[in-house]
Design a protein around this ligand. Structure first.
Ligand code: ZN
Length: 475
């Protein structure tokens, strides 16, 4: 699905045509924005009450910071609650687990998943109760609806099967089962000694062919490898119609590359770049490529974008720190939790599909979110170095390149960042190449880097390292 190919009418027709979606009359995404807000605020008030009574962390914070949580009646009042840092959660994840007393039938702890890629390196447990699991399954079904999946699809789960329960692998199971799709778990990953369980990429390809998989779900980079290897082996992947790519940014170029290497009808596949994180126990997904990433469960999660300096909420569409507030959870509960990514959010009705709720929108290159510490500040603008990289792909004459970020005044951490692009060139006049590169970066990213010419081995010496380092951060 490309932007412009879909209309709210077309989407409603799709939803009406599949019983599994049509019967979901409580789907918050199809409520009017005011009605959805009513649901969110009702849930928020109850969630705060639960947090004040049963969350060791928030009980303490509310007491210490004299937070009058009962005064928080609407989403606008949320600013009365202090933000929660990632460090606070990582320090003591158990303090965020509600200990509802007396527990009801659905309050039993049902599942633990772990956050990955934390800056400290320690994975933190995130607890789901039975109540949360049912909500997650509903959210996954609504997510499948946004992605145009149907009960006739067959999902190939390409997420690695690892030592820690991770949402990538497990939510794909819920995604398939909540819709009634067929599911093939490829169990890719590395064996632990004594447990010869995992399959190779080639075996995963065989499974895809054998079961005529129509949907790939996995990490973008691995799906790309899967598609390229499939092409090499002549695997018949022509049934693939949707590629759900999570875990990292999937640029426009990567989407086109995957399509170009798929046979037949699959060369028109809908490549979705989702934004998944443990704290929302699933993924935000696109209704059409680059059209925005929908929060599939606005009844469970509310997003704010905060000014990185003042931590005050920013208006719609502005780039800032993403924070998430749980509205209806019973296991781990986080309020105004700063995820650590920069993103922009729009409220209201999606112009492409007509659904209500919040969507992440693109403000940097073709990415929805980027780790806050990766962003650089040049000329008062926030820049994602990845977006600069995207502009350089396909420029003729570049042998190697490297982006160097440093402080204008190395002694002053508050000074501007300076971006230098180091290039090694062959077979083309430097002047011509420089003009093309600078125009591309100026038009695509809005800044002009310094250019420095070097010899290839200064960037990349294959006798010393295996891979060129594209971004050097000296800050
Ligand atoms: Zn939409």
């Amino acid at each position: 699905m490309r932007m412009g190919e879909i209309t709210p009418d077309k989407v409603r027709e799709f939803v009406g045509a599949w019983k599994i979606y049509a019967r979901d009359t409580e789907n918050p995404l199809w409520k009017k924005p005011e009605e959805l807000r009513g649901i969110q605020e009702r849930n928020l008030r109850h969630q705060l009450e639960l947090a004040a009574r049963f969350s060791p962390y928030y009980r303490e914070v509310f007491r210490r910071e004299k937070v009058d949580y009962e005064k928080v009646r609407s989403l606008r009042d949320l600013v009365r609650i202090p933000v929660t840092s990632k460090e606070a959660y990582l320090q003591n994840p158990l303090a965020f687990l509600l200990t509802v007393d007396p527990p009801q039938e659905l309050d039993v702890t049902y599942e633990i998943t772990y956050t990955s890629g934390t800056t400290t390196g320690t994975p933190a447990p995130f607890f789901n109760t039975a109540y949360d699991m049912y909500n997650i399954s509903l959210a996954m079904r609504r997510m499948a609806e946004i992605c145009w999946m149907t009960p006739q699809d067959t999902v190939l789960n390409l997420f690695p099967y690892g030592n820690l329960p991770h949402i990538g692998f497990y939510r794909t199971i819920h995604l398939a089962s909540s819709v009634g799709m067929k599911l093939v778990n490829s169990l890719v990953g590395r064996d632990v000694p004594g447990f010869p369980l995992h399959r190779t990429l080639e075996e995963a390809l065989e499974l895809a062919v054998e079961h005529r998989a129509t949907i790939l779900a996995g990490i973008g980079r691995q799906e790309r490898r899967f598609v390229l290897r499939g092409k090499q082996l002549g695997a018949d992947l022509s049934a693939i119609r949707i590629i759900l790519s999570l875990g990292e940014t999937v640029t426009e170029g990567m989407r086109e590359e995957m399509r170009a290497n798929l046979p037949g009808e699959a060369s028109r596949a809908f490549v979705i770049n989702g934004y998944g994180f443990t704290e929302c126990q699933g993924s935000f997904v696109e209704c059409c490529e680059l059209g925005g990433c929908h929060n599939p469960a606005p009844n469970l999660y509310y997003l704010e974008i905060l000014d990185p300096e003042t931590l005050r909420p920013l208006p719609d569409g502005e780039l800032g720190l993403l924070s998430i507030t749980h509205l209806d959870r019973r296991g781990t509960v986080l309020l105004r939790y700063v995820v650590g990514d920069l993103a922009a959010v729009e409220n209201g009705v999606c112009p492409h599909c007509g659904r209500s709720g919040q969507r992440l929108v693109i403000r940097m290159g073709s990415t929805y979110a980027v780790r806050a510490e990766k962003v650089i500040r040049v000329g008062g603008k926030l820049i994602n170095p990845e977006a600069v990289k995207n502009q350089l792909s396909g420029v003729k004459g570049i042998v190697e390149y490297q982006l160097v970020v440093e402080k204008e005044d190395p002694g002053n951490p508050l000074s501007q960042d300076v971006l230098t692009l180091r290039l090694s060139v062959a077979g083309r006049l430097r002047r011509d190449l420089e003009e093309e590169v600078l125009t591309r970066i100026r038009e695509g990213v809005g800044i002009t880097p310094r250019i420095q010419y070097v010899q290839s081995p200064e960037i990349y010496d294959p006798s010393r390292i295996l891979k060129a380092t594209r971004i050097v951060d000296k800050r």
